[in-house]
Structure formats: C-alpha cells, structure tokens
Design a protein around this ligand. Structure first.
Ligand SMILES: [Zn+2]
Length: 256
C-alpha cells in the first residue's frame, strides 16, 4: 500500500481487496539481531499472506506495547522504544477507521510482538462496535499469535525436544531461525549465544531486577537456530495464515 498511488488503492478497494495491518515492535533482540526484528517479520509475513488472499499490506505499526522482562528483556535495554497500551490501542483504532473510510471491509490485524496481544483485540473491538451499524459488511480478523499453531513434529524438530514457552523464546531458536531465512543480512550469527535468566517467575517486579532477564537480551538458546528451521516454520505459518484468512472471509461472504 505505501508504494501504491491513491488511485491504485481506490481501484483495489473497488475490486474487493482487503487490507492487512502488520504490527510489530522496536525492541532489543540480543546482540545478533536488530531492533526491527518484530516489525520486519510482521511486514514480510503479511506480504507472503497477501499474495494468496486478495489483500494489500498497509505500512507496519513499528512500535509496540512495552517489552516485558520475562518475554522481551524489558525496558532496561537501550533502543527498546515502546508505547503505552492506550497509545497503541489509539493508533490501531485511528488506522483502522481510516481503512474503513477508504472503503476496506476486510481488515486483518496481524501481530508479531507477544506483548501487543489484547491491545489489538481491544482496538478492533472498539472500532467494530462503533462502526458496525454504518458498515454491516465490515469484517475484522485479529491474529495476535501466529506461531502458536505449529505442528507437534515441527515443534520437536525446531526446539529439539524442549520448548521453553513462547514468552522465553525471545531472540532465541525460533526468531533467530526465521530471521536467518527471511533477512540473513541482518543476523550476525557469530554473536548468537545461549543465555538464560536466573529464573523466570510467573510474576513481574518493578524496579526490574536483572536476575529475571539476561544481560545479552537472548532469553534462551539462540545457538540452536538454523536457516532450515526458519524456512520450515515460515512456510508452515504462512500456509496456516493463508488458509485461515481465505476460509474466514469466504465463510463470512456466504453467511451474508
Ligand atoms: Zn521478537
């Protein structure tokens, strides 16, 4: 969409095209990957899905909700630049309202930053509730956790038998593998090491103690990442998303 002219967008809308809004973060991803990791992956995945689903991809929301110590290292790393929940919700609401004004009726909100979850649903719910009377054909699909549906055999292969949980899997096996496949020029694998917090409590603390995060910003075993793992999960996730987006919008069309 950012590379299209306004007439091209108008024509796409008139032809029944939907829009995907990728939502990422500007957040530390260890010594081996850049701050744009979540934003870049959200945008690239959205492009792959859009090609097979009659969608166009809007500019990525590149800031996300606060990084949390046990899932992203937290607000102790230079460069991590986060929004409050109310700001993130407000940005998404404004953007979605503009999509609706433009004429889009099929809207996909696509997230790649763990901590954004719920704020995206909240924004979508608020806009939908406000606009549903005026636009009865409006449909919103909210995808907050695209990687949680991998097959058990894929999980076993990627995590080599021990999955630490998606929160701790930050800048580690999964994300490093995916970046090695999608944007290898942005990964310095010589700096990808294994790291671990002293412990991962089920609660948070303020001020943030360093013992519940790591010094490197890697929260698990980045050394086990490979490009092959990245390719495998990328293809499986994009295929799942393509099937889900096509299925839901087709079903909605039949229902109305
Ligand atoms: Zn990430």
């Amino acid at each position: 969409m950012p590379e299209m002219t306004w007439m091209e967008v108008r024509d796409a809308v008139n032809a029944g095209c939907g829009v995907i809004l990728p939502i990422g973060a500007t957040e530390q991803h260890g010594p081996h990957m850049p701050l744009c990791t979540d934003a870049l992956l959200a945008g690239r995945m959205a492009l792959d899905v859009a090609k097979e689903t009659n969608m166009i991809v809007a500019p990525t929301v590149s800031y996300g909700f606060r990084s949390r110590p046990c899932t992203g290292g937290g607000q102790t790393f230079p460069g991590t630049t986060s929004l409050s929940g109310s700001t993130l919700t407000a940005i998404i609401m404004d953007v979605v309202k503009e999509f609706i004004r433009t004429g889009f009726r099929k809207i996909v909100l696509f997230n790649w930053h763990f901590e954004n979850s719920n704020f995206i649903y909240d924004a979508a719910y608020n806009v939908f509730d406000d606009r549903k009377k005026d636009y009865p054909d409006l449909k919103l699909l909210i995808i907050e956790s695209p990687f949680s549906e991998l097959k058990p055999e894929t999980m076993d292969y990627v995590f080599e038998g021990h999955f630490p949980g998606w929160g701790i899997e930050h800048a580690s096996i999964f994300e490093t593998s995916v970046m090695m496949y999608v944007a290898p020029e942005l990964v310095d694998f010589s700096k990808a090491k294994d790291d671990q917090a002293e412990y991962y409590p089920f609660y948070d603390m303020l001020p943030i103690p360093t013992r519940i995060s790591t010094e490197s910003g890697i929260l698990w075993k980045a050394s086990l990442a490979t490009k092959e793992k990245g390719e495998m999960v990328w293809k499986e996730i994009s295929q799942n998303l393509i099937e889900s987006v096509n299925m839901e919008f087709t079903r909605w069309e039949k229902e109305n």
